[in-house]
Design a protein. Structure first.
Lengths: 160, 162
């Protein structure tokens, strides 16, 4: 339940073709009947080669997925970024407790006195507030509930 | 327009949130699953793109595998009168992936601007932080950097289809 991964991960070497594909198509994947054909023409390749390269990059973990990225907040409920100040000796125990809440979507340990940061997601703002209050009460740790007030930017293209 | 109550929109999101199939006609496969025509699906997704419901369609890299191992949450205490303008400018920097204004919680927490930065070396992210610092100038009275130590949970945000 409390599956945790350390952040280090091997960097994977990429061919020029793989780099080009990643750098050019983090957005703008063609919304048309034969998208790989369009990309193949763009990259002087074949639809089959593009598909095989994509499958390889998905299989070896260079890509986490491919497809539409949704702004899920536009249609589905309320979100907040929350933090707890957790005593070191209770950290693992509190992580299990916090992660057990279905409302907790992401949870990160960070090197700061506010050392546990998680995103709460639920259908309404009130439900998010209730979940935060419940977590504060159950853990007994000081907490911050920081729903966004302005979104200035979301998105990033990573250069391969 | 109320995309929120649009049953087809939700169905499309549920059917594609794990990605598109890798094949000659990926949209046709999804359309078949949903019992609609390929052109109806393409039209609906086009609308979702223009409404901003779909941020983009493409390849989603695992940034750690591309060597972006330094991912830092930076937080800044910005003069309330200047945060709108400065937040926009910070959000426009190429290495910033998320940029938000969030509420202060004095006296525990006085930071109101959050910016996630990503780099391939410690030097690179230090330079990025310095660039933000210069941009903010005297409007910023304090900042902090919060490195991620460990992912404790990552389920992603899911759309329900019920």
């Amino acid at each position: 339940m409390c599956s945790s991964r350390t952040l280090q991960q091997q960097k994977i070497e990429l061919s020029d073709f793989e780099k080009k594909l990643i750098n050019l198509y983090q957005g703008g994947f063609p919304l048309t009947s034969e998208p790989f054909q369009v990309i193949a023409e763009e990259l002087n390749s074949t639809s089959l080669e593009v598909q095989q390269t994509l499958e390889k990059l998905l299989a070896n973990g260079v890509l986490t997925r491919f497809g539409p990225l949704y702004n899920i907040e536009k249609i589905d409920g309320a979100f907040s970024l929350c933090a707890l100040k957790v005593p070191t000796e209770r950290f693992d125990e509190i992580a299990v407790l916090v992660n057990s809440y279905p409302e907790v979507a992401h949870n990160y340990q960070r090197d700061h006195e506010w050392n546990m940061w998680f995103v709460l997601a639920d259908e309404t703002e009130q439900a998010v507030i209730n979940a935060f209050n419940q977590i504060s009460k159950e853990t007994g740790c000081p907490g911050l509930n920081l729903p966004k007030q302005t979104e200035f930017f979301v998105g990033l293209r990573f250069e391969a | 327009m109320q995309p929120m109550n649009d049953a087809l929109t939700r169905k499309i999101m549920a059917a594609t949130q794990d990605g598109l199939p890798v094949c000659e006609h990926p949209y046709r496969v999804i359309a078949d699953q949903l019992g609609i025509t390929e052109s109806a699906l393409l039209e609906a997704m086009n609308n979702m793109l223009s409404q901003g419901l779909i941020r983009r369609i493409g390849l989603v890299p695992n940034h750690y595998a591309l060597g972006y191992r330094f991912n830092l949450m930076t937080v800044w205490d910005i003069d309330d009168g200047e945060i709108q303008q400065l937040g926009k400018q910070v959000g426009q920097l190429s290495f910033v992936s998320h940029c938000y204004q969030r509420p202060r919680k004095p006296p525990d927490w006085n930071f109101n601007l959050f910016a996630m930065v990503h780099g391939r070396s410690e030097d690179e992210v230090n330079q990025q932080v310095a660039i933000i610092q210069r941009l903010l100038g005297s409007a910023c009275s304090e900042m902090a950097q919060l490195n991620s130590v460990k992912i404790l949970k990552k389920t992603g945000l899911r759309i329900r289809n019920d």
